[in-house]
Design a protein around this ligand. Structure first.
Ligand SMILES: Nc1ncnc2c1ncn2[C@@H]1O[C@H](COP(=O)(O)OP(=O)(O)OP(=O)(O)O)[C@@H](O)[C@H]1O
Length: 268
């Protein structure tokens, strides 16, 4: 891991068969060990950016991704090897039990027929501990189709956490959950990812306000050409309380009004 305190990113991306790039020289800063929430209109390219950071090879005709250090000196950092990715869908393998699903990313990084090592047994213990912390230990030997949506997302979160990567990218991980489960998982994620550099894509301004220490608003390419534009940066303290006291609620309201104004939504 490099000694940078901030990843300064400049990214461009155009998909094959498309005349217009999704974004061009889009600039943003990701301070290390900080929870960043990424907001923006549907289709503006948030998932594309996460996938680009993760180094996924989509069907693109041109792609540039430069990470520079705090002094703006280009540096050769391969972020993709440092990334754990949690997608919109839980992507659990239906034929595997919960524990094996959590261990899957670790198994995939091991050569085929490799003898089980003590580290693997330790990983198993670690996976069981993680499932317990996330409140789904009793489901460790169940198949995914025996779980509720909230339980499946907890398992997906455990699978992301067990990789123990310094950068965690999350694409609307809690969008399909009911409000109660969403709040609980938001709090668990805030606790368990406290020492990571996190980028979480969401459409939920309140989720961004609860979790984000930094909020980035993604410029919309259709409305304004975004060549060389910075993503709008909004910095605030994190307010992760499951039962939001009235004082914090008022503070959230204040931030929400500011955020909505910057998103071009008139708040009343
Ligand atoms: N593999 C691909 N090939 C071609 N076009 C793509 C591909 N993936 C995404 N796109 C297009 O790129 C644009 C941005 O998509 P993306 O999923 O990144 O947006 P988003 O901001 O995450 O949207 P949402 O908030 O709805 O999830 C969309 O117009 C989409 O159709």
């Amino acid at each position: 891991m490099s000694s940078l305190s901030t990843f300064c990113i400049e990214a461009s991306l155009r998909y094959s068969g498309r005349s217009i790039p999704i974004y061009t020289k889009l600039r943003m800063q990701l301070p290390k060990n900080t929870f960043t929430c990424l907001l923006g209109e549907s289709g503006c390219g948030k998932t594309s950016l996460l996938r680009q950071i993760a180094g996924f090879n989509d069907d693109v005709s041109s792609s540039e991704f430069v990470v520079t250090d705090d002094n703006k000196e280009p540096s050769l950092i391969d972020l993709s090897s440092q990334v754990a990715y949690m997608a919109q869908q839980d992507l659990l393998m239906p034929w595997m039990n919960v524990l094996d699903n959590v261990l899957l990313s670790d198994d995939l990084s091991r050569p085929l027929f490799h003898k089980k090592t003590s580290t693997q047994y330790e990983k198993r213990e670690q996976a069981l501990l993680l499932l317990a912390r996330l409140g789904v230990a009793e489901a460790a030997y169940h198949k995914p189709n025996q779980l509720s949506g909230g339980m499946r997302q907890r398992v997906a979160l455990a699978r992301t956490l067990i990789q123990d990567k310094p950068i965690v990218l999350m694409d609307e991980p809690f969008a399909a959950l009911d409000a109660f489960n969403r709040y609980k998982l938001q709090d668990l994620a805030a606790q368990m990812l406290a020492d990571k550099t996190v980028v979480l894509v969401t459409h939920d301004a309140q989720e961004a306000l609860r979790l984000g220490e930094q909020i980035l608003l993604f410029p919309n390419v259709e409305k304004k050409p975004n060549e060389g534009r910075e993503a709008f940066q909004f910095i605030k303290p994190r307010l992760p309380n499951t039962t939001i006291p009235r004082a914090i609620n008022a503070e959230l309201g204040l931030y929400q009004a500011q955020l909505l104004e910057h998103m071009g939504v008139v708040s009343c």
